[in-house]
Design a protein around this ligand. Sequence first.
Ligand code: ZN
Length: 251
Amino acid sequence: MIDAHIHLDQYPNVETEIKKWEEAGIKGVVAVSTDLRSSYRTLELKLKFPHFVYAAIGFHPEQALPNETDWNEWLSLVKAERHRLSAIGEVGLPYYTLQQSSLSLANYVEFLEKVTEVARAYDLPLVLHAVHEHAELALAILRKYNIRSAHFHWLKAPLSVIEEIIQFGYYISVTPEVCYRQRDQVLLSYIPLHQLLLETDGPWPFIGPFTNIKTSPLLLFESVKYVANAYQKNIDIVQKEVLANTLKVYQ
Ligand SMILES: [Zn+2]
């Protein structure tokens, strides 16, 4: 299995961790980035572990927008490292921080359009953080720019939007929350297996059965058990299908 969304740059002792994960049977991770510095770090990890790391670089939306200098440097980075990149991300629209600050959604919509144009120019998939009522806005931008491949990570959205995302052929991932949280279990019931990805968003900590367990791609083994049961399919078959989906987007 491949963890379809992890903040690998936020893990200390990453060399030791990767060795442990590989020994346990994890085939790789999609390492996403949150800003310019994080993008450099992700590319560094890609160079170090080329077979294991699928690199995505971008600016996380739940923070201030990048300044002009960072944006231009990032653009040059995309251009120079194009052949080492698997995607643009993590990008999208703020939701949680927007509730507590005076950020303007319009500025983020404009920025997401800029980033989407870059993804299209280099024919790279987009890793999206766009939840609740903002999922629909992000979806409209993907359609506007005719984006072929995109992944809505840790999605929470109204059913009508979930259905549209699926109809357009984009991918949706669930986190280990699917093992214990009804909202995610309901989401899963709408995702066809051929459009499902599994992720941890590590090092984000989970609760329920994962309280006090450090988040790592090893949690995917628990998620896949739940998912296989929900689809009434054999675990090996589900693992293979989800791996194939992940490679379809990121390879
Ligand atoms: Zn993330």
